[in-house]
Design a protein around this ligand. Structure first.
Ligand SMILES: [Zn+2]
Length: 187
């Protein structure tokens, strides 16, 4: 029998995609949300840099390499796929190994569009894919203030950090809670 993991693990993810030419007709998808913008990002899947960073954070916490190693962009099965499907799979890999996502924080670095109006919808999509409460997912936006390639609006970069907690600990906590509740009602 595989040993039950104990404690916490932390993982970091970073992803960067260039904008596709406006003529390509690609949609801009970030955090699973389609954002009205003249240009979408270049990529094999939906090029959702935020969700890719979240996936890499989970895989990193599990020491399982990166997203490309598990879902190669040369594989036709992943062409145009919603990256939320990949995030769900990464959450599944954590669960299989006895871990659950405790919380995830992220930042989208983009000169445009503004992220704040869409942050709440992005949080919902990510929380749903990972099967965690909304308050355990955070999405923030920041502008590169015109500096460098991101400042010139050539692409969008995203960072995510995730904390995994062992499911074993959750089970122990719930059973302890159950015992104290049973104690209080005199059983
Ligand atoms: Zn990516």
């Amino acid at each position: 029998m595989a040993s039950i993991p104990i404690g916490h693990r932390i993982g970091l993810g970073y992803d960067l995609h260039a904008f596709a030419p406006a003529s390509s007709g690609r949609s801009l998808v970030l955090g699973g949300v389609t954002i009205p913008h003249p240009r979408g990002l270049l990529g094999h899947s939906d090029a959702d840099a935020l969700v890719h960073a979240a996936c890499d954070a989970i895989l990193g916490a599990l020491s399982l390499g990166d997203l490309g190693a598990h879902f190669p962009d040369t594989d036709p099965r992943f062409k145009g796929i919603s990256s939320l499907t990949l995030l769900k799979a990464c959450g599944g890999m954590a669960a299989e190994r006895g871990w659950r996502v405790k919380n995830l924080d992220s930042v989208v670095i983009a000169e445009a569009p503004k992220i704040a109006p869409f942050a709440s919808a992005m949080r919902s999509k990510i929380a749903e894919a990972l099967d965690v409460p909304l308050e355990d997912v955070s999405v923030k936006g920041t502008r590169p203030e015109g500096l460098g390639a991101l400042g010139r609006g050539e692409g969008i970069a995203c960072q995510a950090i995730v904390l995994l907690a062992s499911r074993g600990e959750l089970a122990r906590l719930l059973s302890r809670l159950g015992r104290s509740v049973r104690g209080r009602i005199g059983r």
